[in-house]
Design a protein around this ligand. Structure first.
Ligand code: SF4
Length: 185
């Protein structure tokens, strides 16, 4: 019996099929500035390291949160491509998979919603100043304590694995006005 495990799917992908040349030498894993710190199987990957960030979505598709997020677990520095003995262009494949994930999400991802909210806030100085006032108020209430839980959809899971620093107690402009004189927010 042949075990395919999605390899036919990867083979059918004209660009992605080069990932099947991988001989599992782990050279890309050892030079990667991300995976050398997090370990090969970080981020829920079955195949370890940078090639895993390519292979998993290629063989399993981009239907799960893990497979959608893996192509983004890279700084795209290119060290994996330099180290790979069979010259798999991992950075280009990662960029292509990122494009696929973004196009499939059609702007509905938490990141896309966050970017739209940021654009709306930064689009008017009064909205930005109101956001800064809310942020510095939260910073004073928290008293510099690290935030452990973020009760915002899309950010809660992200914050589970990370410490979120408390917002500053005052804006730079307020600090400037307080210490140097002049107008602040
Ligand atoms: S360096 Fe190339 S052959 Fe080695 S594990 Fe990474 S992708 Fe596979």
């Amino acid at each position: 019996m042949l075990v395919d495990n999605g390899r036919s799917h990867a083979l059918a992908d004209e660009d992605g099929r080069e990932a099947l040349r991988c001989i599992r030498c782990s050279a890309c894993l050892n030079v990667c500035p991300v995976y050398e710190r997090t370990g090969g199987h970080a981020y829920g990957s079955v195949y370890p390291g940078p090639i895993g960030a390519v292979l998993n979505p290629l063989v399993r598709g981009t239907g799960s949160d893990i497979d959608r997020s893996l192509p983004f677990a890279s700084s795209l520095c290119g060290a994996c491509f330099e180290a790979c003995p069979v010259r798999i262009d991992i950075p280009s494949l990662l960029v292509r998979l990122r494009t696929q994930v973004v196009e499939e999400s059609s702007g509905r991802s938490a990141e896309a919603l966050g970017m739209r909210a940021a654009a709306w806030t930064f689009g008017d100085h009064r909205r930005l100043e109101a956001a800064q006032r809310a942020s510095t108020l939260a910073g004073r209430v928290l008293g510099g304590r690290t935030v452990r839980t973020v009760p915002v959809p899309g950010l809660a899971a992200w914050a589970q694995a990370r410490d979120v620093p408390a917002p500053p107690r005052e804006t730079f402009r307020h600090w400037w006005a307080r210490t140097r004189g002049g107008e602040g927010t």
